[in-house]
Design a protein around this ligand. Structure first.
Ligand SMILES: [Zn+2]
Length: 168
């Protein structure tokens, strides 16, 4: 009686999930193991799910999905997880580095021609904060390159700025 079987197979597909089983109406098929599963009785289906082979293949199949999720929540490129806090610190440090330090300003202008000096945004003014963000999006690499040339023993602000730039 194929009709009854088809109903049973469909029931198992629904019960255990369409990711696990499929049916064409004449048999129950395990998508994980890619084999036909004996579905005469419910316990034979459960028995199949409990086999080591099925478990192993299921674990392997689930793995890439986990990795994918991790990738989304933790982007490998740290530049995209630019936190406000870190950014505020960076802007403040860069300001200290170049404040009243004409030799550093000169060095910056020589090393990164055409790149404007890091801005000094008024952090309470949203517009200037956005400008600063835009600046670092554009010139992040150049600023970091120049900062690497500075002697970290020269000033605390340089050392801290270098650390921040490497963290970002
Ligand atoms: Zn299986």
């Amino acid at each position: 009686m194929p009709k009854i079987n088809a109903n049973i197979f469909n029931k198992y597909v629904k019960q255990f999930g369409e990711d696990t089983f499929a049916t064409d109406g004449t048999m129950l098929y395990c998508k994980i193991c890619e084999v036909k599963v004996s579905a005469d009785k419910k316990f034979t289906v459960i028995q199949h799910i409990k086999t080591n082979k099925h478990k192993r293949l299921l674990a392997r199949r689930n793995k890439p999905a986990e990795n994918k999720q991790q990738f989304i929540s933790q982007p490998s490129n740290k530049k995209y997880v630019f936190s406000h806090d870190l950014f505020d610190k960076l802007v403040a440090k860069e300001k200290q580095v170049f404040l009243k330090a004409p030799s550093r300003v000169l060095f910056f202008e020589t090393e990164a021609p055409g790149v404007p000096l890091p801005p000094e945004p008024v952090l309470t003014r949203w517009g200037s904060w956005i400008e600063a963000t835009y600046y670092y999006c554009q010139y992040f690499k150049q600023v970091r390159d120049v900062m690497q040339h500075f002697d970290s023993n020269d000033a605390v602000s340089i050392k801290e700025s270098q650390t921040l730039l490497n963290e970002i």
